[in-house]
Design a protein around this ligand. Structure first.
Ligand code: HEM
Length: 350
């Protein structure tokens, strides 16, 4: 039998002292949970993420996220896509730490004004609403970085896509990086080699690149992001030869050579608000909207070509890999333990 009485005295003293210091620390640092003291659920005292992180401190977290999402998506279907993208743009810059949500202030140069984000990212008010509901229910407990991750998963599920177990416990940054946002988020005219480099820099591979690009099964893009393909793909005033002809003419109607930069076109016109594998089927027919979509097939990398074909054929394979790659992306350099904070308002550091 193993009990406190059979433990060596020194071990008992150590456990009692550790418990007391943890309890005192947790009280002094709201929102901070050790993984093993009843809040976290992962019992290895690692400062890693765990799906059960809010099991005791805020069990209603996901329900609150989902109810706000349902309402927001019923008003505007595109919000699901915008929230999915927000998580990507957060994670690729200093890791998944909600740095993207910080507004300009004396100490912060906001990422919201970077080239990939300006006039482009959306869904920030939905994050605010989730945060304010969570602050009411469980003050200073659920981080903004976790809210963004939960909103991305919830948006995928509500659009008909896969569900997955989401590790939680990310803390929020006290900094943002405009430079990081300009330099680490891949541009839409990137070649396949560039895309792979951008993803490798984050520890993501070719499989992640193709699966995560499948997020373009929902949402839209502005004319400015695909205009080059229509009028001057290679600096020779010619369109991208990989564009299917009728698709090319349709796009020219939406996106004339000059002006109309903010007009939008669906990334997957077959089923623009349904999370499915139509995106990959369209790529096979020369109907991928962005250069970065089409080069997954037309670029010189055999592995991405084969993956596009596989996901076009087998939706459940795509769903399975998407869930795995989202988990991988969601785990990029999270702030845990003593790092970061749980913001009271996602737009400002405490
Ligand atoms: C592979 C490199 C990628 C490139 C070059 C890229 C580029 C873009 C661009 C240019 C837009 C349109 C933005 C605008 O017009 O304002 C867009 C939209 C979108 N992206 Fe990506 N993206 C990439 C990967 C991803 C990933 C990894 C995700 C999520 C996992 C994602 C999710 C989305 C979604 C859902 C939209 C539609 C957003 C909306 O309708 O508001 N993208 N992407």
């Amino acid at each position: 039998m193993f009990s406190l009485f059979t433990m060596p005295l020194i071990k008992v003293i150590f456990l009692v002292l550790t418990f007391l210091s943890t309890a005192t620390f947790s009280k002094a640092n709201p929102g901070f949970h050790f993984g093993w003291n009843g809040h976290g659920g992962n019992r290895d005292i690692s400062f890693g993420l765990s799906p059960q992180f809010y099991q005791f401190s805020c069990p209603q977290t996901n329900d609150i996220v989902m109810s706000v999402l349902e309402k927001a998506i019923s008003k505007d279907m595109r919000i699901a896509a915008s929230l999915l993208r927000l998580h990507f743009h957060d994670c690729f810059v200093q890791g998944c730490d909600a740095s993207i949500l910080l507004d300009n202030s004396a100490k912060i140069v906001s990422e919201k004004n970077s080239k990939p984000n300006k006039n482009s990212i959306r869904g920030l008010e939905v994050i605010d609403e989730i945060k304010s509901k969570l602050e009411e229910a469980c003050p200073q407990t659920v981080s903004c970085a976790d809210i963004v991750a939960l909103a991305a998963r919830g948006s995928t599920v509500l659009s008909g896509g896969p569900n997955w177990e989401l590790p939680l416990g990310r803390r929020d940054s006290k900094t943002a990086s405009l430079n990081g946002s300009n330099n680490h988020i891949p541009p839409p005219n990137a070649t396949i080699e560039k895309l792979i480099t951008f993803f490798k820099r984050q520890g993501l591979d070719e499989v992640d690149l193709v699966a995560l690009s499948g997020a373009h099964t929902i949402g839209v893009a502005r004319c400015a992001t695909f205009k080059q393909r229509l009028y001057n793909q290679n600096g020779n005033n010619q369109p991208d030869q990989n564009l299917e002809k009728s698709f090319f003419f349709d796009l020219k109607n939406v996106c004339p050579k000059s002006g109309a930069d903010n007009r939008i076109s669906p990334l997957d016109f077959g089923s623009p608000s349904m999370f499915d594998n139509t995106y990959f089927k369209l790529i096979l027919r020369g109907k991928g909207l962005l250069n970065s979509d089409e080069v997954l097939l037309t670029g010189s990398v055999k592995e991405t070509q084969e993956l596009v074909k596989k996901y076009a054929q087998d939706e459940s394979l795509f769903f399975e890999q998407f869930a795995m790659s989202m988990t991988k992306m969601g785990n990029l350099r999270p702030l845990t333990g003593f790092n970061g904070e749980v913001r009271k308002n996602c737009r400002h550091v405490n």
